[in-house]
Design a protein. Sequence first.
Length: 285
Amino acid sequence: MRRPTNNYSSPADRGGANKGSGRGVPNTDRAGKARSPAKRGGSGTDNALREGVRLFQQKKYTAAVQELLQAKPSSDDYPQLAYYLGLSYTHVGSYDEALLYLEQVVTSDIGLPHIYQSRMILGYIYTVTERYRLAEFEFSKLLDEGFESAKVHAALGHVLFAQNQTGNSIEHLERALEMDPQNSTALNSLGYIMAENEMRLPEAYEYCKQAVKSAPHNPAYLDSLGWVFFRRRQLPEARRVLSEALKKAPHHPEIRSHLRTVIDEIKRNGELSLSPGVDAEVPEE
């Protein structure tokens, strides 16, 4: 079973109360292994903690980790330290270390907004590392605790589909669109899932078209639209859109697979000349 190829950006990019607009977690600039900062008493916020938060807000994530690990916070300040270490480690792609700290945050009394954000990031990490049952637990826990939002429903729909729970997935994605009709992640996922299951293809087309309209250069959204065209037997359109997606993400295995499938079908039908100007083969990596 193929999964919807979403542009699944990290909730850590939004940094809790600190707004941001990143598009995902970089795979480079990794920090060292985590070590637990000492929990010590003290008056006021630890200087290293303050400096670490400042560096995080400046998007200097490796430096933030190094500074935060020097902190000696009071017991009251420790959840804040764990929160920013979890976010910083997520940004540098050190997911195991991020999990260590974020799990401490969600069992602390730091406050509901930080707990919501930390659970979202936990779900994100489990999703991108393909631990879908754990991701499902985190997103379901958010709903159980009253944190209902389009973002949570869309994320839960994504991981349910990855576990072959198509009906439940569609239910959550439709709920996400009820809450936020412009949610591009939900639009893309729902359209792709319907296409993959060859169901309600006119609706699938409308969903994917809206997603592409919201982000016309997003290769994941183009891939989903191309796959809808394929399922609708609009092969020249499918090849054109999937070729465009592959140009934007030339090493993405699922886009390459989709385009190869479409080209093979066109060849079988003897229709290669219907779409001039597009490569007849999937280029080698």
